[in-house]
Design a protein around this ligand. Structure first.
Ligand code: GTP
Ligand code: MG
Length: 161
């Protein structure tokens, strides 16, 4: 699970967990955290990576073993949309990713924030239409309420089965 700091990665993963395993307080991730849990349909082992600049160099160490990527964007953070695009482009050009048909699920998160961009707009700004060699999907989400997450997980499940 990748994306800039403060985009909502840990909040999203927490929402996907069974309610008795959910954390109450979520703090910025330091380095990364490995989260293992089962839903009714899938067994997850998620590498919840920190999005802070100083930790982004850790991301690539886990590309090889990943079966899928969840890339989270803060739809309300217009100023850093270019930074998110740079990180995505770096990911897509990485030797461990470039030639693989690894599915990428994009969550355009924080759709509840006034002035948040639509998922269509986020998709345009990130240039997702240029991704031709990998299956990808984008959903608008509100991780605080869990809205939109299931649609994404259903898509992901279809991709990896
Ligand atoms: P790092 O671990 O630093 O990379 O950040 P992260 O991507 O894991 O973000 P995190 O889940 O810690 O959430 C950052 C902040 O955004 C928290 O205050 C969350 O409550 C808030 N947040 C997450 N999702 C949403 C959302 O959908 N809407 C709103 N309004 N706030 C959200
Ligand atoms: Mg986090």
């Amino acid at each position: 699970c990748l994306g800039l700091d403060n985009s909502g990665k840990t909040t999203i993963i927490n929402q996907l967990k069974p309610s008795n395993a959910q954390a109450q307080d979520i703090v910025p991730t330091i380095g990364f955290s490995i989260e293992k849990f089962k839903t009714s349909s899938l067994s997850f082992t998620v590498f919840d990576m920190s999005g802070q600049g100083r930790y982004r160099n850790l991301w690539e160490h886990y590309y090889k073993e990943g079966q899928a990527i969840i890339f989270v964007i803060d739809s309300a953070d217009k100023l850093r949309m270019v930074v998110a695009k740079e990180e995505l482009d770096t990911l897509l050009n990485h030797p461990d990713i470039k030639h693989r048909r690894i599915p990428i699920l994009f969550f355009a998160n924080k759709m509840d924030v006034r002035d948040a961009l639509s998922s269509v707009k986020v998709s345009q700004l990130l240039g997702l239409e240029h991704i031709k060699d990998k299956p990808w999907h984008i959903c608008a989400t509100n991780a605080l309420k869990g809205e939109g997450l299931q649609e994404g997980v259903d898509w992901l499940q279809d991709q990896i089965k």
